[in-house]
Design a protein around this ligand. Structure first.
Ligand code: AMP
Length: 271
């Protein structure tokens, strides 16, 4: 990968990277389209990164479909798929980890110890191998976006971080590779998450600014879904992830599946 990247760079060609864990859907492909528009070369990485999963999380059963992914990326016109084996990313003896402070600590950082350290480490390695001018991340994982922006600034990585809007199903559910875990009843209940966010956004648009009231609207909407167990619903600053702020962030369990979603209440609601 590094050899190819160096060749492209020495030929003066710009490189866009879209990091993914595969099992691609329209959310990933929207990032590929954005990369295509802004760069001469587009690289998509597919790597289910073991060190960003906790011991009781879904690393083993995470959906994998490299053949289908390759077809989709071929149709999307990407120049390279970077799909390193785990042993190449973390060979015996590898012991360096990248830990981002502050923004990586609350919410997802607290709920998933070690998660953002795994993310920051793999993103740093992917940037080193691909040497991108720009890298594309989804707003769906809003705290990951904030962590990666902090990482790039703090380590002077010189990569432009671009953020793509969350792509949703017609009923509002954010596309996620993990949605395949949901049975039909759970899938219907999952729509309560984005519905709660939209209710808070409508109240905000109508002038409601009391954060506890907005948060309570989200909680009440999710309480109406017996299959959904809310883990947190908070209103935070989108850069620091500390309260108060206008970014409504949710983590919830639907059956055994953990889903996250978010919406910036100060921006006009989609749809
Ligand atoms: P993943 O394969 O889940 O690690 O996601 C790879 C990238 O795609 C991350 O930057 C995600 O934030 C982004 N992504 C995932 N789901 C969506 C979505 N529904 N809309 C937009 N981007 C997404």
């Amino acid at each position: 990968m590094l050899e190819a990247s160096r060749r492209w760079r020495s030929a003066g060609r710009s490189i866009g990277l879209v990091p993914t864990m595969g099992a691609l859907h329209a959310g990933h492909l929207s990032l590929v389209d954005a990369a295509r528009r802004e760069n001469e070369i587009v690289v998509v990485s597919i790597f289910v990164n073991p060190i960003q999963f906790g011991p009781n999380e879904d690393f083993e059963r995470y959906p994998r479909d490299p053949e289908r992914d390759a077809v989709l990326l071929g149709e999307a016109g990407v120049d390279a798929i970077y799909e390193p084996p785990i042993a190449a990313m973390y060979p015996p003896g590898a012991s360096t980890r990248v830990r981002v402070g502050g923004v990586a600590e609350p919410l997802e950082g607290k709920a998933r110890p070690g998660h953002f350290e795994g993310v920051a480490t793999v993103v740093t390695k992917l940037f080193a191998a691909v040497q991108p001018d720009r890298a594309y991340f989804g707003q769906k994982d809003a705290q990951q976006v904030a962590v990666v922006k902090r990482l790039v600034r703090d380590l002077d990585l010189g990569v432009g971080v671009r953020v793509g809007e969350t792509v949703r199903e017609p009923d509002g559910v954010a596309l996620s590779s993990r949605n395949v875990y949901l049975d039909p009843a759970e899938r219907r209940a999952a729509a309560g998450i984005s519905a709660g966010l939209l209710q808070a956004a409508s109240a905000y648009a109508a002038g409601e600014r009391r954060l506890d009231v907005l948060r309570e609207l989200i909680r009440a909407r999710l309480a109406a879904e017996p299959l959904v167990q809310l883990e947190y619903a908070e209103l935070v600053d989108p850069d620091t992830f500390s309260a108060p702020g206008t970014l409504a962030v949710i983590a919830a369990r639907v059956g055994k599946t953990r889903l996250i979603d978010n919406l910036d209440l100060s921006k006009p609601a989609p749809g």
